[in-house]
Design a protein around this ligand. Structure first.
Ligand SMILES: [Zn+2]
Length: 235
């Protein structure tokens, strides 16, 4: 990235593959709020364009998944303290009038942000959502053991909410529609149904994996290194 350059003042950035094989791929106009690149123009770089960047705080704790364009803004505002992984995209900006050098940002799959406060999420339990719950449980029904498409799965409360059960990681399990309907408003023992596996609270690193949509090898390696061996993600 160009030293001393201010990408907010640069009218357009063109994205190129690291090898430079492709021509202009897309135009990001930072000044106009990062206009969406034209899909046709992005075709040779679909992989990179679809990729998410893992944002960490400066101590290496996961904070969020961000788009390559959001990452570019962090680089441009000199907020990136360090990075991990191979460059997956190079953004080229305008020519600096003072130096004659073209601005350039190398995007990495993992960026640690300088001065970022330790994530609040780090101290609290990750929020539960159906996609993350189904991912934690590998899309397997806890009662019949079948593996289902997410459309066929439900968030099953082991102790029903109507009977005081919490909507939490420890009281929720993945169940198919049939099993959930059969269990109804009963406890598993009342319905004579046995849990084939147990619920658990994902760690923050695991949570980042559960909510990641397109995790590349560098990111998975980093996150899995901090996921407890007891996690089903290691299974
Ligand atoms: Zn089932």
């Amino acid at each position: 990235m160009g030293r001393g350059s201010d990408f907010f003042g640069v009218r357009s950035l063109t994205a190129r593959s690291p090898g430079g094989a492709g021509a202009r791929a897309s135009v990001f106009t930072l000044e106009s709020g990062l206009r969406r690149p034209r899909l046709k123009a992005l075709a040779p770089f679909r992989y990179a364009a679809r990729m998410d960047v893992l944002q960490l705080d400066v101590s290496g704790r996961p904070q969020a998944w961000i788009s390559p364009r959001e990452a570019a803004v962090l680089y441009a505002s000199h907020a990136v303290a360090w990075t991990l992984g191979e460059t997956f995209q190079v953004l080229r900006g305008g020519i600096q009038r003072s130096t004659g050098v073209q601005s350039r940002i190398e995007l990495h799959p993992i960026v640690a942000v300088r001065g970022a406060m330790p994530s609040r999420a780090w101290r609290s339990t990750p929020a539960i959502t159906n996609p993350k719950l189904f991912a934690r449980d590998r899309c397997i029904c806890a009662y019949c053991g079948g593996r289902f498409h997410v459309d066929e799965l439900t968030r099953e409360h082991i102790v029903p909410v109507s009977r005081g059960g919490e909507d939490s990681w420890m009281n929720c399990i993945t169940a198919c529609r049939t099993c959930n309907g059969h269990k109804g408003n009963r406890l598993p023992e009342e319905a004579r149904m046995t849990l084939l596996y147990l619920p658990y609270v994902p760690s923050l690193h695991e949570d980042m994996i559960l909510r990641g949509r397109r995790i590349v090898a560098d990111q998975m390696e980093f996150l899995l290194a901090s996921v407890p061996r007891s996690s089903r993600l290691h299974g």
